[in-house]
Design a protein around this ligand. Structure first.
Ligand code: KIV
Ligand code: ZN
Length: 505
């Protein structure tokens, strides 16, 4: 094996699945395991078979369904656990038993309530017993992060002599500083006499947000296996995330490390795990978060549009994300808006762009994000030009204890006319006031308010059909205020009557 190859040991289905509410059934676990196989992970920790019949069955079925990676099962340093794990792994093409025991003063004294020497004996016995079932045995020194390095070196030497081929050094509580964890791995590399017969593995938790940094320091100092999960899920604050370690190694050639991970499948695997486990990915999560390749400030947008590398160190396509996104907000500049308009096939001259940008800023002040639909509406308004009839002002009084009343001001050929009317609701009152000002004899035929799907600050869209003298006229408007959108759409429809017959007011 290439001595710089980092073995990716994925424990999404074991440590990741321990998260409350994230439990998967066997069929779902097989789906994740197949995705991990396609992604190129070397070892899949499929479960802890003695813990439940469901976990046992999942390890059996994953062993049958997935042939490429090594299938691993977790045990305590207990004979019964090891026997059950071996039975669950019977169909695996390549199998590993992962056994272990606590080695920190905390675990020895308060959890296991024994002596350091007894721990070494139990560790050695467990490894020897596991070796009866497979040649591939990994030993974990639980809470190694808080274990004394000299003692850890003695444990490591003993389990390697007993037949362990991988020794896992978990920072179970996520306590270590990166430099401290790196030093621990280096210490073992330099002080365990038989270390050349085994691989050291990192297994870091994220309680202080240092899981990835610690893993990298472990690899830099000689570990050659990284235990990781998709999206960094896992107990408490989670485990080291696979995608971060894979992309750090890929981005930093100077580390001279290699992996078998196929980065293009990172994003789809992330979303599969997130969906099946009902565990949303935080928007700012490195590599796979919704915002990982999204740019929202005007300066960054301008820079990215000039050259992506100005603000991105990874091409989103490399990890299976279609493209970087330019999020249009009140902080976006003309360049970003124009870029989006062009992507939507809308070509504008300088004056039109100025006009749409002005409208865009007004809308962006009311809405957090401007989407493609909003842009189409804004550009439609610009192309339609100045209207002859225009809603100038609208004031509505409504609620559950007052009679709704609306005051509407309409600009007709430059002059503003105002009317006030009551109604059975705010829209009815406003429409009545409009009719007082313009057409008495229009009838509302259809009135459609398009559902708001994105959030309460989204634009509401209103489609209206009115009947006048046997003809149907259509009106449309969109606004973050649904009453305003309705009145604008009503006026839009009526203005079309006026285009044919100038009999208003
Ligand atoms: O965090 C840990 O110590 C573990 C071991 C069981 C490997 O998950
Ligand atoms: Zn763990």
């Amino acid at each position: 094996m290439d001595k710089n190859k980092v073995i990716f040991f994925d424990t999404t289905l074991r440590d990741g699945e321990q998260v409350p509410g994230c439990q998967l059934n066997t069929v779902e676990k097989i789906e994740v395991a197949k995705a991990l196989e396609a992604l190129g992970v070397d070892v899949i920790e499929a479960g802890f078979p003695v813990s439940s019949p469901g976990d046992f069955l999942s390890v059996v079925e994953i062993s049958k369904a997935v042939r490429e990676p090594v299938i691993c099962a977790l045990t305590r340093a207990v004979k019964k656990d090891i026997e059950v794990a071996a039975e669950a792994l019977q169909y695996a093409e390549r199998k590993r038993i992962h056994t272990g025991i606590g080695t920190s003063p905390w675990h020895i004294q308060y959890k296991i309530r024994t002596t350091p020497e007894e721990i070494i004996k139990r560790a050695v016995d467990a490894v020897k017993y596991a070796r009866k079932f497979t040649d591939d045995v990994e030993f974990y020194a639980e809470d190694a992060g808080r274990s004394d390095n000299e003692y850890l070196a003695r444990v490591t030497e003993a389990v390697i002599n007993a037949g362990a081929t991988v020794v896992n050094i978990p920072d179970t509580t996520g306590y270590c500083l990166p430099e401290e964890y790196g030093r621990k791995i280096r210490y073992l590399m330099e002080n365990v006499p038989n270390i050349d017969r085994a691989i050291l593995s990192t297994h870091c938790h994220n309680d202080l947000g240092m899981a990835t940094a610690n893993t990298m320091m472990g690899l830099i100092n000689g570990a050659r296996q990284a235990e990781v999960t998709i999206n960094g899920i896992g107990e408490r604050a989670g485990n080291t995330s696979l995608e971060e370690v894979a992309m750090i190694i890929k981005s930093h050639h100077d580390l001279n490390l290699a992996t078998a991970i196929r980065p293009k499948l990172i994003f789809s695997t992330s979303r599969l795990v997130s969906t099946l486990m009902s565990m949303p990915v935080q928007p700012n999560k490195a590599i796979v978060g919704r915002n990982a390749f999204a740019h929202s400030s005007g300066i960054h947008q301008d820079g990215v549009l000039k050259k992506r590398e100005n603000y991105e160190i990874i091409d989103p396509k490399e990890v299976g994300v279609r493209e970087s996104s330019i999020i249009l907000t009140a902080r976006s500049g003309r360049a970003a808006l124009n870029h989006r308009l062009e992507a939507l096939g809308i070509e504008l001259g300088k004056e039109e762009l100025d006009e749409i940008y002005h409208r865009f800023l007004m809308l962006a002040d009311k809405k957090k994000e401007i989407n493609d639909e909003d842009i189409r509406i804004l550009s439609g308004e610009v192309f339609r030009g100045e209207k002859r009839l225009k809603l100038e002002s609208l004031q509505v009084l409504c609620g559950n204890s007052v009679m709704p009343v609306a005051t509407v001001g309409i600009r007709v050929n430059g002059e503003v006319h105002t009317s006030t009317a009551p109604g059975n609701g705010p829209i009815d009152a406003a429409f009545t006031a409009v009719k007082h000002l313009i057409h008495q004899n229009v009838h509302l035929e259809e009135f459609l308010i398009q559902a708001i799907t994105r959030g309460s600050d989204d634009m509401g869209k209103v489609h209206i059909q009115v009947e006048h003298a046997g003809n149907i006229y259509y009106g449309f408007s969109a606004n973050t205020d649904i009453v305003t959108a309705s009145v604008e759409a009503f006026i839009d429809a009526i203005s079309k009557i006026d285009n044919e017959r100038k009999d208003t007011l």
